[in-house]
Design a protein around this ligand. Structure first.
Ligand code: DAH
Length: 340
């Protein structure tokens, strides 16, 4: 009997239970009333009392082994059944993965950067919380000169002067103070002005400053650089014009207009019926500004410009209300795709 028990023990161990049917077959074969193990217990009755003790122990162990295996296989099958009922239903349609998209102002900023990088400009950055010297004085704004009032400033503290920069021109100064020419950089960023919020004005907006300082940089370089930019941004047919203007930090200064893309120059609300839209201020860097940064204006000259990112975006996407850019309305933001 000993050999018989060993063989059955091996059979129990190697019986593979992968389904409910296997489980039932296992039960019928080994454990059920007509199964092998109960029949062995029957046979045991015939054995001598000495043998009963010894073989009875083995049989009990075999019974525990078979019942244990049955129980754990039963539990494992039930668990996997549970899982499969609430597991992934492969026949369901895929839940669309909602991808965000870039803010229209970011799209424009990346595009502007890309174009100027191709023209040989690198990227620079400066602080939004600035002091009077970098934002005004070094840029040749005389104290108490009305030019300072062109830009209503948010002061954090009047004395010492801590303010929110009113333009990205502060980065020109920071760059020229730490780097000697040649300098050819663009500097995008957020700027702040104390203005009542309306469709046409906001207390913050975005600019891209440009600066090119080297030997023999002239007004023709400024004109060609910005013309090339406008063509790459808006297409070959774009027209550009330079209107004489005034900025304390440039001499001569010019406002840069491009032909209105919305009405194709015929006149509309966006271009105030002139056919032209202003996109940037520009000019030749004033010698005083170079001097303030310890650059010799006899040796070096340069041009600079400051472009409004909202304005450039408005012409690309024909958005008329500036407030939309900062309201975070998903219905508005969702509509923009990269411009190529
Ligand atoms: N900083 C000027 C503004 O915010 C724009 C500007 C004009 C920047 C002329 C320049 C420039 O670099 O040369 O109105």
């Amino acid at each position: 009997m000993e050999q018989q028990i060993k063989t059955i023990e091996q059979e129990v161990n190697t019986f593979s239970i992968l389904s409910k049917d296997d489980l039932e077959n296992f039960r019928l074969k080994f454990i059920s009333k007509k199964g092998i193990i109960p029949s062995l217990f029957e046979d045991l009755k015939k054995a001598s009392s000495d043998e009963k003790k010894k073989i009875g122990k083995w049989l009990n162990e075999l019974k525990q082994l078979a019942e244990g295996k049955f129980k754990s296989a039963q539990e494992a099958l039930e668990n996997s059944m549970d899982e499969s009922t609430d597991a992934i239903d492969l026949s369901l349609p895929v839940v669309p993965n909602k991808l965000g998209n870039q803010h229209p102002l970011s799209l424009t900023r990346y595009r502007i950067i890309e174009i100027f990088e191709r023209l040989g400009f690198n990227l620079a950055d400066g602080p939004e919380i600035e002091d009077d010297w970098h934002n005004f004085t070094a840029l040749n704004f005389p104290p108490n000169h009305p030019a300072r009032e062109m830009q209503d400033t948010f002061f954090i503290e009047k004395n010492p002067d801590v303010l929110l920069r009113t333009h990205t021109s502060n980065v020109q100064i920071r760059l020229m103070k730490k780097q000697k020419p040649p300098i050819r950089s663009i500097m995008p960023g957020r700027v702040y002005r104390n203005e009542a919020i309306s469709a046409r004005a906001h207390c913050f907006f975005h600019q891209v400053e440009g600066l090119y300082v080297d030997k023999n940089v002239g007004f023709a370089d400024l004109k060609q650089t910005l013309y090339s930019f406008a063509q790459q941004m808006y297409g070959k047919d774009i027209k550009i014009r330079y209107r004489p203007s005034f900025f304390p930090f440039t001499e001569p200064s010019a406002e840069i207009d491009i032909s209105c893309l919305i009405c194709k120059g015929k006149g509309c609300n966006i271009c105030k019926h002139s056919g032209w839209v202003e996109i940037a201020g520009s000019g030749m860097v004033h010698p005083n500004v170079l001097r303030n940064c310890n650059i010799d204006p006899e040796e070096y000259t340069g041009f600079a410009f400051g472009m409004g990112i909202e304005r450039v975006t408005q012409l690309l996407f024909q958005v008329n209300d500036l407030r939309l850019y900062s309201e975070n309305d998903i219905r508005f933001l969702r509509q923009f795709k990269p411009v190529m």
